[in-house]
Design a protein around this ligand. Structure first.
Ligand SMILES: C[S@@+](CC[C@H](N)C(=O)[O-])C[C@H]1O[C@@H](n2cnc3c(N)ncnc32)[C@H](O)[C@@H]1O
Length: 381
C-alpha cells in the first residue's frame, strides 16, 4: 500500500465518509451551481469541455458536473470503495456514458498527456503531507486559459474543528477504534452539528472525516500560500466565500503583472476574522491583525496535534493560554465568538461540564474555502 496516510486511513477502514444528501437532487444541483458561480464557472464553460476531477469521493458532487455535459470527464481517486461508489452513482444517473471515465489511481501516480479546461481538486489538498507539491503536480493538467479549482484551509478557518478535536481527546483516545470514537462523540458533538446550517452529510461521516481521521502528518493550506505556489503560471479568479473584491477599472489591468494574485491575497489577509465564525461578516481588519489571528490559530493547531500524538485521553490544558490570547484579539471584531471561546476555555479548565456549554456548540468556522485560478494563456508578442 502506497504510504499516503490520508488515503490509507480510508482504505484501511474501507470507508468513503463523504456521502452527500442528494435526496432532493434539485437542491443539491442548485448548491453546486451556486458554488460554481462564485468560482466564475457558468454551465456553458463546462459543456463540451474536457474536465478532470481528482478525489471525487463517492461521486455525489460529480453528478452535477456530469449533468453539465463535458465532452470528456475523467475522475481519479485512490480509494477502491469511493471508486466503486462513484461508478455506481454515475451509472445510476447517466447509464453507460462513454464520456465518463473513472480511474482508480493515487494522485501521485496518475499520468496523462491530456490537458483539461477544468481541473477539480476538492476536499483533500490541505491535510495531505505536502499540499504544495501535490498542488503543483495537479496544476500541470490545466490547459492554457483553463481553470483549476482547489479547496484551502487556514488555521483560522479550521479553529472550530480543532477545538472539537480537543474535546475528543478529553473523552476518548485518538487511537481508539473509529466505531468506539464515533459512539462516544455522537451524543456530545451531535448537538453541535445539529446547529450547522446547510449540513448535507451524516454526523457519523462528518465525525469520521474531521475528528477521527488523524491529521498529525497533515499540513494546512491557506489561500495566500496556494496562490503564491502557482503565481508563476496562474492568476487567482473566484473565491467561495467571496471575501475578495477588486474595484479597479479593467482598462488599467494589463501588462505582465496584472495584480490579481496580490489583490486576492491582501483581501484574504484583511478578512481572516471572517473565516473563524461562519455566522458573522465582520468589517475588514488590518493585515497585521489578520496575521496575529492566524499565528494564534496555528499555535492551537500545533498544540492540538501534540496532545493527539500522546494517543491517550488527555485534557486540553496546554491550549488555555492560546485561547486566552485569541479571545483578546477577537473581542473587538467578533464579541460573540470571543465569548464562545471563553466558554470552551472554561470547559477545558474543568469549570463547566461539556453538556452545559451554551455558546460554543453553535460556533463553526468556514472550514474549507474554494479558490479558482486561471492558467495564463499565451499573449501575442
Ligand atoms: C474528503 S474526500 C473529498 C470528496 C469530494 N471531492 C468532496 O469534496 O466531497 C477526498 C478524496 O480524495 C481521495 N484522495 C486523497 N488523497 C489521495 C491521493 N493521494 N491519491 C488518490 N486519492 C486520494 C480520497 O480517497 C477521497 O475520496
Amino acid at each position: 500500500m502506497t504510504d499516503i496516510p490520508y488515503l490509507n486511513f480510508y482504505r484501511k477502514h474501507d470507508v468513503s465518509p463523504v456521502v452527500q444528501d442528494i435526496s432532493n437532487l434539485a437542491t443539491h444541483f442548485q448548491r453546486r451551481d451556486s458554488l460554481y458561480r462564485f468560482l466564475g464557472i457558468p454551465p456553458a464553460f463546462v459543456a463540451n469541455r474536457r474536465v478532470i476531477e481528482f478525489g471525487p469521493g463517492s461521486g455525489h458532487n460529480a453528478l452535477f458536473t456530469a449533468s453539465l455535459r463535458p465532452s470528456h470527464y475523467v475522475l481519479v481517486d485512490g480509494n477502491p470503495r469511493g471508486v466503486t461508489e462513484t461508478r455506481q452513482n454515475l451509472a445510476r444517473h447517466f447509464g453507460d456514458d462513454p464520456s465518463l471515465t473513472v480511474i482508480e489511481s493515487t494522485f501521485e501516480e496518475f499520468m496523462t498527456d491530456e490537458r483539461f479546461d477544468l481541473v477539480l481538486a476538492e476536499g483533500f489538498l490541505p491535510h495531505v503531507s505536502d499540499p504544495l507539491a501535490l498542488l503543483r503536480r495537479l496544476a500541470r493538467f490545466v490547459a492554457p486559459g483553463g481553470v483549476l479549482v482547489i479547496t484551502t484551509v487556514s488555521p483560522a478557518s479550521i479553529l472550530s474543528e480543532n477545538l472539537r478535536r480537543l474535546i475528543r481527546t478529553g473523552i476518548v483516545a485518538p487511537n481508539a477504534e473509529p466505531a468506539e470514537q464515533i459512539a462516544t462523540l455522537l451524543p456530545v458533538l451531535g448537538p453541535h452539528l445539529a446547529t450547522l446550517k446547510g449540513m448535507s452529510r451524516s454526523h457519523e461521516d462528518w465525525l469520521m472525516d474531521n475528528i477521527v481521521q488523524p491529521v498529525r502528518h497533515a499540513k494546512l493550506l491557506p489561500i495566500p500560500q496556494a496562490i503564491a505556489a502557482l503565481a508563476d503560471e496562474f492568476d487567482a479568479y473566484g473565491l467561495s466565500p467571496a471575501i475578495a473584491t477588486d474595484p479597479r477599472w479593467y482598462k488599467d489591468v494589463h501588462g505582465d503583472e496584472r495584480g490579481f494574485n496580490a489583490r486576492v491575497t491582501a483581501c484574504c489577509e484583511r478578512r481572516v476574522a471572517a473565516l473563524i465564525d461562519y455566522r458573522c461578516d465582520p468589517a475588514d481588519h488590518d493585515e497585521a491583525t489578520g496575521r496575529a489571528i492566524e499565528t494564534e490559530c496555528m499555535a492551537l493547531w500545533t498544540c492540538m496535534n501534540a496532545i493527539e500524538t500522546e494517543d491517550c485521553v488527555a485534557p486540553a490544558i496546554p491550549a488555555l493560554p492560546i485561547l486566552e490570547r485569541l479571545s483578546r484579539l477577537l473581542r473587538p471584531l467578533l464579541p460573540k465568538t470571543a465569548e464562545a471561546l471563553d466558554e470552551a476555555s472554561a470547559c477545558f479548565a474543568g469549570h463547566i461540564p461539556l453538556s452545559e456549554m451554551r455558546l460554543f456548540p453553535s460556533l463553526w468556522g468556514r472550514g474549507q474555502q474554494y479558490l479558482s485560478l486561471i492558467r495564463r494563456p499565451e499573449w501575442p508578442r
